[in-house]
Design a protein around this ligand. Structure first.
Ligand SMILES: *Cc1c(COP(=O)(O)O)cnc(C)c1O
Length: 371
């Protein structure tokens, strides 16, 4: 029996061990733990990759969303729209500012925000939309952007799951006023701890983001406002810089691994494989299927040595954390259906064809033997 973990961070480390070890050693040797040249070097490299004027690194991909909204002046009395199925960062940061999260149901095919349902939720209080690009595939961002322009509200992109994803040749993160990235270890570009950043082309906002993330000061002891402490540390920055040159080829491996899953799973009628939007590059942070009898399939695969995961088992408005909003599961029928059917299969660049075939054959066997 093969043993297939959901992600294989050790495998990736071993493939570039000398570079990572050297990067870590340099930071420690220079005691460049907070701030300093490694942080600056990573910000510059990421800015070059994205062709943006500003990269503001911070502690994680949750703070980055919070910092963006705070500096856009979002707070008490405001509403911010986001998607019903995402990681809770996409909505808890709205609440953190004092504003109210307004959820939109998902698109039944792609699982991202249903752009056709957005306008009916816009009110005089709506200040922004957080467009989340889930699984590695962009939401209908051009439509969302048009809606934002029409109603004079801010577009913020949550790119935590969509490094290098694109639509019509334009990368995720380049359409919003500011966009948020996470470098959580399991993300397509991951640090060895928490890390995140904001990208923007807006000079004034860039300054404010940087100031707010550093106790409200751009110069030590010159606190123009009260801020927070949200920094990328030197070790994480150096690790990210060492990994960044591999991001493109790792992404290509993910895409070709997804192609292999598609091929080996094509005969299984009880599941739906992920669909790629026209004109989109899906970077497969997750390879998410929709499966009949999902929970049974999950435990069957576990017995076969295969780890899978659910992103996410409860749609945001159905969580106890949002009971105070008094939503009913039937208010979000697509997200509520999806939460019981979605299943993320092991997906990483280091996955071999043999492993993908084993996972696929096991799924096939489940429906053969248990029908
Ligand atoms: C991972 C993730 C975040 C948060 O990132 P952290 O770095 O873990 O704080 C935000 N939004 C989405 C969609 C994510 O997947």
């Amino acid at each position: 029996m093969l043993r297939i973990p959901f992600v294989d961070l050790l495998g990736q480390y071993n493939s570039i061990k000398p570079e990572i070890d050297k990067a870590i050693e340099k930071v420690i040797g220079e005691t460049a733990f907070i701030g300093g040249r490694y942080v600056k070097e990573f910000e510059e490299a990421f800015a070059t990759l994205y062709g943006v004027k500003h990269v503001i690194s911070c502690a994680n991909g949750t703070d980055s969303l919070y910092i963006i909204m705070k500096m856009l002046g979002i707070g008490q009395g405001d509403e911010v729209i986001t998607v019903a199925n995402s990681w809770i960062s996409s909505s808890e940061t709205i609440t953190q500012t004092g504003a109210k999260p307004v959820f939109i149901d998902i698109d039944p095919v792609y699982g991202s925000i249903n752009e056709k349902k957005i306008e009916e939720k816009i009110t005089a209080h709506t200040k922004a939309i957080i467009a989340v690009h889930l699984q590695g595939q962009m939401c209908a961002i051009d439509d969302v952007k048009r809606i934002c322009e029409k109603h004079h509200i801010h577009l913020i992109e949550d790119c935590a799951q969509s490094h290098l994803s694109s639509m019509n040749g334009i990368k995720a993160g380049l359409r919003g006023i500011a966009s948020s990235f996470s470098f959580y270890p399991g993300k397509n570009l991951g640090a060895y701890g928490d890390a995140g950043c904001i990208i923007t082309n807006n000079d004034e906002l860039a300054n404010q983001f940087r100031m707010f993330a550093n106790h409200g000061a751009l110069k030590k002891h010159h606190h123009l406002i009260e801020g927070i402490n949200s920094r990328l540390d030197g070790l994480q920055a150096a690790i990210l810089s060492a990994k960044l040159p591999y991001l493109q080829s790792w992404t290509e491996s993910r895409i070709s691994n997804a192609g292999l899953y598609n091929k080996y799973l094509s005969g299984v009628s009880e599941i739906r494989i992920p669909e790629v939007r026209p004109d989109c590059v899906h970077t497969f942070h997750l390879y998410m299927i929709r499966a009949q009898r999902r929970d049974e399939l999950m435990s069957f695969l576990k017995q076969k040595g295969i780890d899978t995961a659910v992103h996410y088992p409860t749609a945001l408005p159905n969580l106890p954390a949002y009971a105070y909003l008094s939503h009913k599961p039937s208010d979000f029928p697509e997200a509520t259906t999806a939460q019981n059917e979605i299943l993320s299969l092991p997906m990483y660049p280091e996955l071999s064809e043999e492993q993908i075939k084993y996972v696929s054959d096991s799924i096939y066997a489940f429906y053969q033997t248990t029908n």
